[in-house]
Write a protein of this length. Structure first.
Length: 362
């Protein structure tokens, strides 16, 4: 009996140690120009609300930090400079270099961030455009990474001499929707995405409109696909002509992509008030894609939020809900679709490469 109890206690001890190990981030490094001093580390969000002191002896340090998830932190060095740092449980973060500017952190998301910062430092101070372009390029490649929050803050929210609304909106449009879970992104999105009129990179507002069977259609129905919204009415000959012009595009997408999820989604939104006239026009014009109408003419919240006052009107939205085109011709829609699909392929390729790198490090 005693042997069994001892074995159970031993197993519990091992399990507890293993669990603690999974929640530890090891942070070590070697800094030239420092013998004995102290580094300060603090978090930038509610997931790491504390300040840690890290003693440096002989230019080296090695600490273990308990964590529950990935956090963004700030490392303050003796020269007063602040450096971004991403900490992740179960990983080892290494810092190398010399003060003040030649520091490089590796491990977790630090490799890509410090590569970006190193590239930006090499840019001429007179070139104020290139750093922002490099930051946008980073967001396109890492739209869902925690490191994207730092990039948005550093290059856009803290842009000198003052943040530029259009620049912030462009940056936010590149992020995955779930990035709003980060308080900074949600705050910036609420502050800068509001606009009196529809414009490029604006996020498509939510909507709920019944289709011909009474089923409610909303934008989340088309998640992960580019979406073309076409606003029309039976009493508008120009808008019906645009509906007929869209049909070859619909047929081309249907023929080229067997899987519906790979095709452009199209939603016709009618401003009619007579159900029978609407259904007759849908049948007469052979509009096989999704059609919706609330039969209240211009009394539609989506119209007000997009500031649509004339027909016809179409709006092209990318797979993340950002507006990419307004009142486009079918040729322009096709060109924009090519660009969107190329961007998506590059993002998926970059994601696969990051996954391979992460597996290789483990």
């Amino acid at each position: 009996m005693r042997v069994i109890v001892q074995c159970l206690l031993f197993i519990l001890l091992l399990t507890g140690c293993s669990g603690n190990k999974q929640q530890i981030c090891r942070f070590s490094g070697e800094l030239a120009g420092i013998t004995e001093d102290t580094l300060f580390l603090w978090g930038t969000d509610r997931l790491y609300q504390r300040i840690d002191t890290i003693p440096v002896k002989g230019g080296k340090f090695d600490v273990r930090i308990p964590l529950d998830t990935i956090v963004e932190a700030i490392l303050c060095t003796p020269d007063g400079k602040q450096h971004p740092l991403f900490l992740e449980r179960g990983t080892r973060i290494t810092l190398r270099g010399s003060l003040p500017d030649s520091l490089y952190a590796s491990g977790s998301y630090n490799d890509s961030i410090y590569a970006l910062l190193d590239t930006v430092r090499s840019v001429s101070p007179s070139d104020t455009l290139l750093p922002r372009q490099l930051a946008l390029q980073y967001l396109r490649r890492h739209p869902g990474d925690p490191s994207a929050v730092f990039v948005v803050r550093h290059f856009f929210a803290e842009e000198e001499p003052t943040p530029v609304r259009e620049h912030i909106r462009e940056a936010l449009s590149l992020l995955n929707p779930f990035m709003r879970d980060y308080s900074l992104i949600a705050q910036l999105d609420d502050q800068y995405s509001r606009n009196d009129e529809v414009s490029l990179q604006h996020t498509l507002p939510t909507f709920s409109i019944p289709d011909k069977d009474g089923v409610i259609i909303n934008r989340f129905r088309y998640g992960g696909r580019p979406l073309l919204l076409h606003f029309w009415a039976t009493w508008s000959p120009e808008s019906r002509e645009q509906s007929r012009a869209i049909r070859p595009l619909y047929e081309s997408e249907k023929k080229q992509y067997r899987k519906e999820t790979d095709r452009l989604a199209i939603l016709g939104i009618s401003l009619d008030s007579d159900r029978r006239q609407w259904l007759d026009a849908v049948a007469a014009d052979s509009l096989e894609w999704d059609q919706a109408c609330n039969f209240r003419a211009w009394d539609l919240d989506l119209l007000r939020r997009l500031n649509i006052t004339t027909l016809p009107c179409n709006i092209l939205v990318n797979d993340r809900g950002s507006i990419r085109g307004i009142n486009l011709t079918t040729e322009q829609i096709e060109e924009e679709l090519k660009a969107l699909r190329k961007e998506k392929e590059e993002q998926e390729k970059a994601q696969r490469e990051r996954e391979r790198e992460r597996r290789a490090r483990r």
